[in-house]
Design a protein around this ligand. Structure first.
Ligand code: 1AE
Length: 408
């Protein structure tokens, strides 16, 4: 059978390790994940099933690993007509059962317009979030609420005020904030937005608040709409715990008129193995944007939950690459970020990123507002090509942060 025209196929790339016949393996995937069996089918049935049959695009051996296993890249093309236009179908039909079949990792998904055209992508993206804040020409700064659980609404609103006073652009709930009876969701949103206005009267700056969207999946869209009606200006979702399709449906809903931030919780169960799982640029880059995340958190190469620099750049590339009809998503390198790391983050990603910190803001010796100011000074220095040491001469907050955490 001749090579198919790939514009109506989804092409999955797998990294496999083993000692067997990779061509046979590739052929069994192409058939097994599509029509089930081929050569045993009578000619008439083959004709009927032809449009659903998968094809091997290529098999490339890459050499031998330390354990003597041969590595290979297999590319398999799956007909778009086998998929419903959603991420559960995409993942199940390209890697569902296969993910449990030995040393195999999904490392690429080339998606044709006949599939991606059904996905609206991010509703706001980088430009939409910038417009909402009125901030252009520099990285944004986000602070993470730390210690949310067990605090009442007034206390959290005061914490919000301190963070906003420091000059951050966004504040997000901690992703573990589910049990919020002391600070119920809508009341907390209203209180934090009042705190944002109080801070804005002093700083002149707008701040977005991403409240953590929690609860049963059957109620989550209604809850998001209630949040919007209560004045919410952003939302946070633990996408992998809920499933990409939940994000997709929230992002596609015209009544949910706020940017959605994707938290990477659970991603470590998927990407770190060199032999198994799904690659980080797919899990946290391509699929998050496909599902409609406006901002995506992921581990930075320099902080406490380190990820390979090349992988982090590949994630950012997936989030920001030009793609017809889709807005670009903000990369948010996170975890253990402090002001001393700002020059490296800036060198890697430039202006279109969100610099995000929890401990690096709240752990400042003079408190959260001072922590924010230290970051503001570090970002301003990076944008203007100044060293942190030079910037610290006019920012006592930055000087104290550098003394505590290091950085030049
Ligand atoms: C990669 C996710 C980072 C995150 O969610 C988080 O809470 C970071 O906190 P810090 O900045 O490490 O204190």
């Amino acid at each position: 059978m001749g090579k198919p025209d790939l514009q109506d196929y989804i092409v999955a790339t797998y990294l496999v390790h083993g000692r067997g016949d990779f061509h046979k393996k590739a052929q069994s995937i192409a058939v097994g994940l599509t029509v089930g069996s081929w050569t045993d089918l009578p000619a008439e049935k083959q004709e009927q099933m032809k449009k659903h049959l998968g094809h091997v695009v290529s098999v490339e051996e890459l050499g031998t690993d330390d354990q003597g296993s041969v590595k290979a890249l297999l590319k398999i093309a799956y007909p778009v007509c086998n998929f419903t236009p959603d991420i559960p179908a995409l993942l199940t039909c390209t890697f569902g059962k296969l993910s449990m079949d030995g040393a195999i990792k999904l490392v690429g998904l080339d998606l044709p317009l006949s599939f991606t055209g059904h996905f609206p992508g991010p509703k706001y993206g980088i430009e939409g979030v910038r417009q909402r804040l009125g901030v252009h020409g520099r990285p944004l700064l986000m602070s993470i609420f730390k210690s949310c659980i067990g605090y009442d609404t007034d206390t959290l609103a005061e914490h919000f005020y301190q963070q906003a006073l420091g000059g951050v652009d966004l504040v997000k709930d901690d992703e573990i904030f589910f049990a919020d009876t002391e600070a119920p969701f809508e009341k907390r949103i209203e209180a934090c937005l009042r705190a944002a206005e109080r801070a804005a009267a002093e700083t002149g700056k707008k701040v977005l608040y991403a409240a953590n969207l929690t609860g049963p999946v059957t109620e989550i869209a209604d809850k998001a709409k209630r949040a919007v009606n209560a004045g919410a200006n952003a939302l946070l979702l633990n996408v992998l715990a809920y499933g990409y399709d939940v994000l997709h449906r929230l992002a596609a809903d015209p009544e949910i008129r706020v940017p959605i931030m994707a938290h990477p919780a659970l991603a470590g169960a998927l990407y770190p193995s060199p032999q198994y799982g799904i690659s980080a640029p797919l899990v946290l880059g391509k699929l998050m944007r496909l599902a409609g995340a406006d901002l995506v958190l992921y581990p930075s190469p320099y902080g406490s939950v380190a990820m390979e620099r090349a992988e982090t750049l590949a994630i950012a590339n997936e989030l920001r690459r030009e793609q017809a009809g889709w807005k670009r998503s903000f990369p948010v390198p996170s975890a253990g970020i402090h002001p001393g790391l700002v020059p490296r983050l800036y060198e890697d990603l430039g202006n279109d990123q969100v610099i995000n910190a929890g401990g690096g803001i709240h752990g400042h010796p003079d408190g959260s507002a001072a922590g924010g100011r230290a970051f503001v000074a570090a970002i301003e220095a990076a944008v203007n090509g100044k060293s942190l040491t030079e910037a610290a001469t006019s920012s006592p907050e930055l000087a104290k942060a550098l003394a505590l955490w290091g950085g030049k």
